[in-house]
Design a protein around this ligand. Structure first.
Ligand SMILES: [Zn+2]
Ligand SMILES: [Zn+2]
Length: 284
């Protein structure tokens, strides 16, 4: 929750979904709020209630006082998105992180190679600076980031900026309901325990350990590591859920010894550093 709005995820039993919608509508500030329904559920999305209060819903690093969030791009739904993507004058921009793009994206989409949204905004404007007259369609997981990203592009002189309403989650839902062809291939990465919902059967990524086609994200089971990476089923068995043989040796040590070896080590941004290393070699 922040001054600028609310972004929430929750699991509701299907039976209760209408009652839930009615309840939200009875709370005045939440009337008509958009709900994106996920298409894939293995029953383990959310187990604990967490509420976080933040300065902003999405940290954007925008300091220009002239920036106006209300002046955002035009919404497109799944059908409009599919039509607009056929136009050769359309550029589709993925506003998510590298590890999300890696397992699934729109067929035509370009990636903005950065690990944070805050760095991504100026980079997107710069990469596309000669394309200000083109149609720019931006998308992200649930549509939240692009509310801002599309406003940022308009603020920077882009003329025709669109964004996918409700993001990939809503797109996938519409495609399924209307029996349309999905232009999004692979998996939609999500931040709950599922780490992704399958949209099409295409496997577009490879195992970070052996290079075989795979798109299952796992967190290294070594508590001192927790690296997020892609691992195939075979490597998962071979390395016992670890990212490396070093981590595999570590988990075999007594817990006390494991803790000792972690002392004084800053895990920092370690979780996603695989992507950083791959995008910009040399950065640790
Ligand atoms: Zn593998
Ligand atoms: Zn590890």
């Amino acid at each position: 929750m922040a001054q600028e709005g609310i972004n929430a995820q929750l699991s509701v039993p299907e039976l209760q979904s209408e009652a839930f919608r009615n309840y939200l509508d009875a709370v005045e500030p939440l009337q008509g709020i958009r709900l994106n329904r996920a298409v894939d559920d293995d029953g383990k999305s959310f187990w604990v209630l967490k509420i976080k209060v933040r300065e902003k819903i999405v940290a954007d690093g925008i300091t220009d006082p002239a920036f106006d969030m209300r002046n955002k791009g035009k919404y497109v739904n799944a059908e409009q998105m599919n039509i607009l993507m056929n136009d050769p004058d359309t550029i589709v921009v993925d506003m998510r992180n590298h590890y999300e793009y890696e397992v699934g994206h729109f067929v035509k989409a370009i990636e903005i190679p950065s690990d944070t949204f805050r760095e991504q905004l100026p980079l997107a404007a710069d990469m596309l600076k000669d394309k200000k007259e083109k149609n720019i369609i931006m998308y992200c997981t649930g549509g939240i980031r692009c509310e801002k990203a599309s406003a940022y592009m308009l603020h920077n002189g882009f003329k025709n900026v669109f964004h996918l309403e409700g993001g990939i989650i809503n797109y996938a839902q519409q495609v399924q309901e209307k029996g349309m062809a999905s232009q999004f291939i692979g998996k939609n990465f999500v931040f709950d325990d599922r780490l992704g919902e399958r949209i099409t059967e295409d496997i577009i990524a490879t195992c970070h350990q052996c290079g075989k086609p795979a798109d299952t994200h796992v967190n290294c089971v070594n508590d001192g590591c927790h690296l997020l990476f892609i691992q195939c089923a075979e490597c998962n068995q071979k390395y016992e859920g670890c990212c490396s043989s070093t981590c595999q040796e570590m988990i075999k040590l007594p817990v006390e010894e494991q803790k000792k070896s972690r002392e004084g080590i800053d895990k920092g941004q370690h979780i996603f550093n695989k992507s950083k290393v791959r995008i910009r070699p040399g950065i640790k």
